[in-house]
Design a protein. Structure first.
Ligand code: NI
Length: 176
């Protein structure tokens, strides 16, 4: 297993539509294992494949947190949210959106269809925090980030801040 580099906004791959997975082989298992390790290392509660530069419809989630002794890894291949109901506003952050947390409106309950790592179809319902995390991760697969759902003012402030950070990094590299 390898810890992969997590791409950060405004990396263009984060804006790409991910392709469905059609081959359920050992290569997929290795990729998913790398994604899980990368997520636990970060640490985060979810990771989509585009975040490590792979435009495939794969999501890993573990709501137990990185310190938990018993991991509860959820792997969703080609996940689709077929229905949603209710709404709730709560704080979100993202491993690809550095230094920002903001309130985002999400469905409180969703119906999900996906495949497991062997390609077996599954369908389930998710609520509250779990539903929020799935919605956030499925967004990634469609090239969306949670900053797309915050106010345009907050988004433009964040874009400016991030631009400055990147300029500072560039200058640092140039002088190093
Ligand atoms: Ni994210």
């Amino acid at each position: 297993m390898t810890i992969r580099k997590i791409l950060a906004y405004p990396h263009p791959i984060l804006r790409q539509q991910a392709e469905p997975v059609t081959i359920f082989d050992d290569e997929l298992k290795t990729l998913v294992a790398d994604m899980a390790e990368t997520m636990y290392d970060a640490p985060g509660v979810g990771l989509a494949a585009n975040q490590i530069g792979v435009t495939k419809q794969i999501v890993v989630i573990d709501l137990t947190g990185s310190d938990a002794e018993e991991k509860d890894l959820i792997i969703l291949i080609n996940p689709k949210i077929t229905k949603g109901e209710g709404s709730d506003v709560d704080e979100e952050g993202c491993l690809s959106v550095l230094d920002l947390n903001a309130k985002v409106k999400r469905f409180t309950k969703i119906w999900v269809e996906a495949q497991d790592i062997d390609g077996k179809p599954m369908a389930f319902e998710a609520e509250d925090y779990y539903a929020r995390v799935i919605q956030h991760e499925v967004d990634h697969l469609h090239g969306h980030l949670f900053i797309d759902w915050i106010s345009s003012l907050k988004r433009s402030l964040y874009k400016k801040k991030r631009k400055k950070q990147l300029q500072a990094e560039q200058q640092h590299k140039a002088s190093a």
